[in-house]
Design a protein around this ligand. Structure first.
Ligand SMILES: Cc1ncc(COP(=O)(O)O)c(C=O)c1O
Length: 398
């Protein structure tokens, strides 16, 4: 247990709630879940499923008609040919990480993963006794890898490579030509790729290309996706992985040993989400884009902050080294003095130090109020800000 990590967003949420209980006002920009309700037709499908008796055990791998719909959806959106036998439906995106890593990794294996990145990757790598090989996400490259460094870090012991695009916490998208080069580097190696594509529909600039679409890659890729972010269904617990059949068998066995199956009525709601109208997704992304533009502009106006334009997901990740304060001090100050909850970038790995993560899954009015509050407290550090061309250091140099 001592090797298992956590997700600090939940800790910050608890601290923010404690302040609220003392009567303080806090704007929540720490939690990574869409603030929109689950679309009405999906809720209806879930209710109907309960009435129709979808309240029993089902297949550990997931219902066949849902797996068929997922296979058709992934085949279409990633331009590949997915067999429903390669789809595993599980309670959320996270279990795909947990189960596939448990199935694949032996002690001493090396695992390459993005840093800063979703903290659960590193937590599981350490838990399984593997060797974490973090690769910095480079701010000046739109938060994607330095590909020369990536090549250098590959070794005969590399068993798994984790990719995320659009990315949490940076909002970066790996350019298609980089994904192509990564595929070339990995194609002939004896390893697997975990491609976390949970934010793939939340894109503002360019396209998030899946590594599974490149020749020879589908058979060595676990494509992780789900309903949490796209359909605002975080609490329903519904996600899936597309993977080779031999690995799907292992994941099903782990499901039998843990959850038995994913909740049946939840799967019926997921089917309605996938097959029903998609204008709810379009409207959500349009609203996120409006907020992104406001928060990006506003953060760049704060003394000592420098924020790259997020290309996807719903996170802004400003470099705050120009303030002269550590990102941890600053996150604490913003929570305690300004009533704005955000996360220290270091919570996503050592290369996230010097950055803050703001989730803009909150109303435009609240985002504007948060920016105003940050501007007000910025007087504390504004006099010490270096007014050079690039005040802060980039994470490459960290
Ligand atoms: C990159 C990434 N992958 C996966 C997940 C987990 O999704 P789920 O809630 O479906 O388990 C998250 C949630 O924050 C995430 O940010």
């Amino acid at each position: 247990m001592s090797r298992l990590g956590t997700e600090s967003a939940f800790d910050v949420l608890a601290r923010a709630r404690a302040l609220e209980q003392q009567g303080r006002s806090v704007i929540h920009l720490e939690i990574g879940e869409p603030d929109f309700p689950t679309p009405a037709h999906v809720i209806e499908a879930g209710k109907r499923a309960l009435d129709e008796g979808w309240t029993k055990y089902g297949s550990p791998q997931g219902m066949l008609d849902l797996r068929e719909a997922i296979a058709a959806y992934i085949s279409k959106t990633r331009s590949i040919n997915v067999d429903p036998a390669c789809v595993c439906v599980v309670p959320g995106g996270k279990p795909i990480m947990y189960f596939t890593m448990t199935a694949l990794i032996e002690e001493g294996d090396e695992v390459i993963y993005p840093n800063p990145g979703f903290p659960i990757y590193e937590s599981l790598i350490r838990f399984l006794g593997a060797v974490p090989v973090p690769i910095p996400m480079v701010e000046s490259r739109g938060f994607s890898f330095d590909l020369d460094l990536f090549r250098d870090r590959l070794s005969p012991r590399t068993k798994l490579v984790v990719l995320t695009s659009p990315q949490n916490p940076t909002g970066g998208i790996t350019p298609a030509e980089d994904v192509a080069r990564i595929a070339e580097m990995l194609r002939d190696r004896d390893l697997m790729v975990l491609s976390d594509e949970i934010y793939t529909r939340i894109v503002y600039e360019g396209e998030a290309k899946s590594i599974a679409s490149f020749p020879g890659m589908l058979e060595k890729t676990i494509l992780l996706d789900g309903f949490s972010k796209t359909y605002s269904m975080t609490g329903w617990r519904l996600g899936y992985g597309v993977m080779p059949k031999w690995l799907a068998a292992a994941v099903s066995q782990l499901m039998v040993n843990s959850n038995s199956c994913t909740a049946s009525f939840t799967q019926r709601a997921g089917l309605a989400a996938l097959l029903g109208p998609q204008d709810c997704v379009t409207a959500m992304v349009a609203e996120f884009r409006r907020r992104r533009d406001v928060i990006w502009k506003g953060l760049n106006e704060i003394p000592g902050f420098r924020c790259a334009l997020p290309a996807g997901a719903f996170y802004a990740f400003p470099n705050v080294t120009g303030t002269g304060m550590s990102s941890k001090q600053l996150a604490d100050l913003l929570l305690n003095e300004a009533g704005v909850a955000c996360l220290d970038g270091a919570a996503f790995g050592q290369y996230g130090d010097g950055y803050l993560r703001f989730s803009y899954a909150n109303s435009l009015a609240n985002i504007e109020e948060a920016l105003e509050r940050i501007r007000t407290v910025s007087r504390r550090w504004a006099s010490g800000v270096t007014t050079g061309v690039r005040a802060g250091r980039d994470n490459q140099e960290a």
